[in-house]
Design a protein around this ligand. Structure first.
Ligand code: GLP
Length: 246
């Protein structure tokens, strides 16, 4: 726990800028680094900042490789709510990253175990993840690793909980349209990253943030495993930090 580095900002935008500083340091130190990426609302200020720095010429993605945490099962890459499309629209289409250097699990794979194994292999072939970005779900999920009886190790298919489906329904026309399953990197995949940066913003995440980092390490709160990682930085705004112990 002592090794978790905490950065508390006033606003989500400031959290995005701080996270962008860490991305920039990583990319400058190793231009061909491998970055694990996340979707959701939380990373949007970070992505806007990365786009601005790329446009300003201070951040070069030409050699960067990225692997996304997860994808909905059953959504095609160009589906408006697919995570592949989210990444294109909110980051990849606006920076000088090579399309072949970005991977997202294939939501349409016919052979899911084979696709999951090849996803893991691709990350390994790239030399492993240098910097993994994470958000957190209200139930403590990271990627789409939902609360369960044991920590899933590798990339796998998972049934989404009703809490997650209803939290994500704001992006869909109705709850019925939210897929009921997803493909996600495993907890082992995430924990193998050399450095982890988690961004948490908003009062609605305050309780789960405190539970994840100051409660017991249990698979019913998947993010709690991060207490055991040697290099985690949490960037949160004051609202999300409001339930942390002093
Ligand atoms: C989804 C994603 C997660 C993300 C979480 C929180 O379930 N699979 O990777 O961290 O939502 O999203 P938000 O940042 O919108 O609260």
């Amino acid at each position: 726990m002592l090794h978790v580095k905490w950065n508390i900002t006033q606003t989500p935008e400031e959290a995005g800028r701080l996270a962008a500083d860490l991305f920039e340091a990583q990319i400058h130190a190793k231009p061909a680094c491998v970055i694990g990426l996340a979707t959701g609302s939380t990373p949007l200020p970070l992505y806007r900042e990365l786009i601005a720095r790329n446009a300003a010429g201070t951040l070069d993605f030409s050699r960067v490789r990225t692997a996304n945490l997860d994808e909905y099962q059953g959504l095609a890459p160009d589906h408006p709510q697919s995570y592949r499309r989210f990444m294109q629209e909110n980051l990849f289409d606006h920076i000088n990253i090579r399309p072949e250097n970005t991977i997202v699990p294939d939501g349409l794979a016919a052979d899911i175990p084979a696709m999951c194994a090849s996803y893991e292999r691709q990350i390994e072939d790239w030399g492993g993840v240098d910097l993994q970005l994470l958000g957190i779900g209200h139930d403590g999920h990271i990627g789409f690793n939902e609360p369960c009886g044991e920590f899933p190790v590798h990339t796998h298919r998972i049934e989404l909980t009703e809490m997650t489906r209803s939290a994500n329904k704001r992006f869909f026309a109705s709850l019925d349209e939210v897929p009921s399953a997803a493909i996600s990197m495993g907890i082992g995949t995430v924990m193998a990253a050399r450095k982890i940066v988690m961004i948490v913003t908003g009062a609605d995440k305050a309780e789960i943030l405190a539970e994840a980092f100051f409660g017991p390490v249990v698979p019913s709160v998947p993010a709690s495993i991060l207490q055991l990682h040697p290099d985690v930085t949490v960037i949160c705004d004051a609202a999300a930090a409001s339930r942390l112990p002093r």
